[in-house]
Structures are given as structure tokens and as C-alpha cells.
Design a protein around this ligand. Structure first.
Ligand code: ADP
Ligand code: MG
Length: 393
């Protein structure tokens, strides 16, 4: 099973491109699932069919799903929701919003990834196309080695605020219940699954990321940042879809100016992403909705080619040995040397920080206690050196 994840800034055309790709794949005979993890679901609108929280067949070979986080809370995470309800009751607060309180940013993505894991096991589909919400929180989620901890930290942060509020409104602090065994077990289970998800996502023969971008300065800058972070998190970014490109033969005055501008931005895109595989999708005079327009979009992007093709198999993170050193190479296009910080976590894993994003790299056993010998930036690749044990050399 192949997983294609489209990501990019809001409004660039992720949903349209995801829907178009999925329709093309289905037409080529692949058993395809297209799923949206963006809470502002627009996949239904794009495909012009009603989609829900369970896969629905909308076409021959094509199923669609929009992750419904309320439904996921009621099934997958009912223990957690129940705990939040108990907690709120213990503080004399209205329990009605417990469900909403238990939902944290990025949970749609976790839920979606758990669905993906189920389908991988069952072998239900040949290709899954994911349409994601690229918030910073979502990206950061892909970097967390311990999701239950991530969840609990945020939940407790929320509880602290609630307790302060309760103190203020009710005038006293009340004891609150600790998470039950069931809650703990659920979180532990989540962790085990996330480790499996990570293996799946970091395997470039199974999962690749496609960036959707528009020829516009802000969009390009945000996409460059996202690319760095995705690399940092060990995901394989295989290609770029440049959407909303104005055709060169546009003649009208207004568009002429726009075309000049676009040339500049196309150049920026090349400078930033070459030699990555690049597709173009043209700006259409109307919105990109409904099967016919999506198929036209797929045609401008893929032509005769097979959209399930893998355009890059190299993972942006590699381990190797060089003489007296173990070397961890991380491709970090656009990351300035000054932005990078390296340090060890308490559990001996390695923390690479680029700007505000952090990656916790669980080092192979041989590197757990190896001395960090420094790092150098070379050809967009950060090489981190560790001393090898005498006996290994
Ligand atoms: N190439 C295009 N030509 C014309 N309209 C487009 C094109 N690509 C996207 N759109 C329209 O732009 C809007 C945003 O696209 P969408 O796919 O929902 O973006 P995203 O999922 O990234 O937020 C939609 O109304 C869509 O129909
Ligand atoms: Mg969208």
C-alpha cells in the first residue's frame, strides 16, 4: 500500500489536488482512498458528494473519508473524553463541553494515521491519498516520540487553566480525579500505535509527501519552511505541485503584469526546490469543483503519467560511518547554520532544533552513548558526527 500526503499552506489547492489525484488513480484501476484530516473539511465540496467519518464508496475503485473528530472521541478515545468529563464535574463545571475540551489540535491527524494503519494491515487499498491541515501543531506532532506525553502535557495545561478559573468563579480549589487505568492504557496503546505509524511514514517506499505551492512570495516562503521541517522529521518529500500557474500565452494587459511577477516567483521556486520533481497546474477561470473539473486538473498535472509513481526514494535522514565517526546526515534545505542547535535529551536521544521546531531523534543503540563530535552544514545537509568506539573502528 502506498500513502501520498499532500500538504501546503491554506488555500493553495491541497484539497483540489488530492481529490484530482485520487480520481485519476481510481480511473487507472487502483483501489484508492482519499481522506481529509483538515477539520475544515472541503473534500465533500470538492468532489461534490457527501462524505462522512467512515469510508464511503463514491466511484468505482474510489472511497472517501473525512475524519470526524467527535466520532473518533466517542469511539477511539472514549476513556479520555470520560476522564475530561469527570474532571470538569469535580470542579463544578459544565460537562457539556467535555468532548470539545478533550480534542487537541492535531488529533484529526492522529486519528487519520490510525485509520491508515488499520488499512495497511487489512490491505484494503492500493493507494491512500491524504489531504492535510498544515498547522505548526500538526507538523510538530509528526516529530513527537511520545504522543501520550504530548497529549497529557497539553491536557494538564488545559486543566490548570480550568482549575484557576474554578477557583476564581467558585472560590475554592477542589480535588480532581487522577486518570484511571483505562485512560493510561489508552494513552499507552496510542504510543505503541504511533511508533508503528512512524515506521510507516518514514519508509519512503510506502509514504511520500507532496508539497502544493502557488507562485506567490508568502506561499513559497511557508512551503520552504515546511519542507525543512518535514525533512527534519524524517519524511520523504518527493515532489512539488505548483498550482494556479497562469498560462504563458495570456495576452491581456492585467495578466501581462501578473505573468512578469509569476516569472519571478517561478524562478524563486526553482532556486528553492530544484532538483525536486515539479508538476504544474494551471489557474482555471472557475473554481475547481466537481468531477469534470477535477479530472481536467489531474490531466494538467499528470498528463499520461501514473500519479502513484514514486518520484524520490531517498529518505532525507541517513546514518552512516566515516572512519572514526558515525555520521547522521539530515537534509535541511534552507536551514541556516545559525538556526541549528544540537543537544542530548535526558534519555540520551538527540535533539536537533531548527528555529522553533524540534526533532527528537531516537539514536540507534551504538550511538546512544557515543560522544557528539560536532556538526557541519554541507550541500544542504547537516552532518552530525559521533565518535566510534575504539573496538568498532
Ligand atoms: N488551479 C485552480 N484554478 C482555479 N481555482 C482553483 C485552482 N486550484 C484551487 N482552486 C480553488 O481555490 C480554492 C481553494 O482550493 P482548495 O483545494 O480548497 O485549497 P486548500 O485545500 O489548500 O485550502 C477552491 O475554491 C478551489 O476550487
Ligand atoms: Mg483543504
Amino acid at each position: 500500500m502506498r500513502i501520498i500526503i499532500y500538504t501546503g499552506k491554506g488555500g493553495v489547492g491541497k484539497t483540489s489536488v488530492s481529490a484530482a489525484t485520487a480520481r485519476r488513480l481510481a480511473a487507472k484501476g487502483y483501489r484508492t482512498l482519499v481522506m481529509s484530516t483538515d477539520s475544515a473539511h472541503s473534500l465533500s465540496d470538492s468532489l461534490e458528494v457527501q462524505i462522512g467519518g467512515a469510508p464511503r464508496t463514491i466511484e468505482n475503485n474510489l472511497d472517501a473519508l473525512e475524519v470526524d473528530i467527535i466520532r473518533e472521541m466517542e469511539t477511539r478515545w472514549k476513556e479520555i473524553e470520560e476522564y475530561v468529563r469527570l474532571f470538569m464535574a469535580s470542579q463544578g463545571m459544565d460537562e457539556l463541553s467535555a468532548k470539545e475540551m478533550a480534542i487537541l489540535p492535531g488529533m484529526e491527524l492522529i486519528a487519520a494515521l490510525f485509520h491508515v494503519l488499520d488499512y495497511e494491515r487489512k490491505g484494503t487499498y492500493d493507494v491512500i491519498v491524504m489531504d492535510t491541515a498544515p498547522t505548526a501543531e500538526t507538523l510538530r506532532l509528526l516529530s513527537f516520540p511520545d504522543v501520550s506525553q504530548w497529549y497529557m502535557t497539553r491536557l494538564y495545561g488545559l486543566f490548570k487553566k480550568l482549575v484557576a478559573l474554578a477557583k476564581f468563579t467558585i472560590g475554592k480549589f477542589l480535588d480532581f480525579p487522577l486518570p484511571s487505568q483505562a485512560v493510561i492504557r489508552n494513552l499507552e496503546d496510542m504510543n505503541i500505535k504511533m511508533a508503528e505509524v512512524r515506521d510507516l511514514l518514514q519508509d519512503p517506499s510506502k509514504t511520500t509527501i507532496r508539497l502544493v505551492v502557488n507562485p506567490e512570495r508568502m506561499v513559497i516562503n511557508e512551503t520552504k519552511r515546511a519542507f525543512s521541517y518535514l525533512c527534519l522529521y524524517g519524511l520523504t518529500v518527493e515532489c512539488l505541485v505548483v498550482n494556479r500557474v497562469l498560462p504563458e500565452d495570456t495576452e491581456m494587459g492585467y495578466f501581462k503584469e501578473k505573468l512578469e511577477e509569476q516569472k519571478k516567483y517561478m524562478e524563486m521556486i526553482h532556486q528553492a526546490f530544484d532538483p525536486m520533481k515539479m508538476f504544474h497546474a494551471y489557474q482555471l477561470p472557475t473554481e475547481m469543483m466537481g468531477p469534470d473539473k477535477l479530472d481536467a486538473l489531474a490531466e494538467t498535472i499528470f498528463g499520461d503519467s501514473d500519479p502513484s509513481e514514486i518520484y524520490a526514494t531517498e529518505s532525507p535522514m541517513r546514518f552512516s560511518t566515516e572512519g572514526k565517526f558515525h555520521v547522521l546526515s539530515v537534509r535541511l534545505p534552507f536551514a541556516m547554520k545559525g538556526d541549528i542547535e544540537l543537544y542530548r535529551a535526558q534519555d540520551r536521544s538527540l535533539i536537533v532544533q531548527v528555529g522553533s521546531h524540534k526533532r527528537n531523534i531516537d539514536l540507534p543503540l551504538v550511538l546512544k552513548d557515543a560522544e557528539l563530535m560536532g556538526a557541519e552544514m554541507n550541500n544542504e545537509t547537516l552532518k552530525i558526527k559521533f565518535r566510534r568506539e575504539e573496538k568498532d573502528v
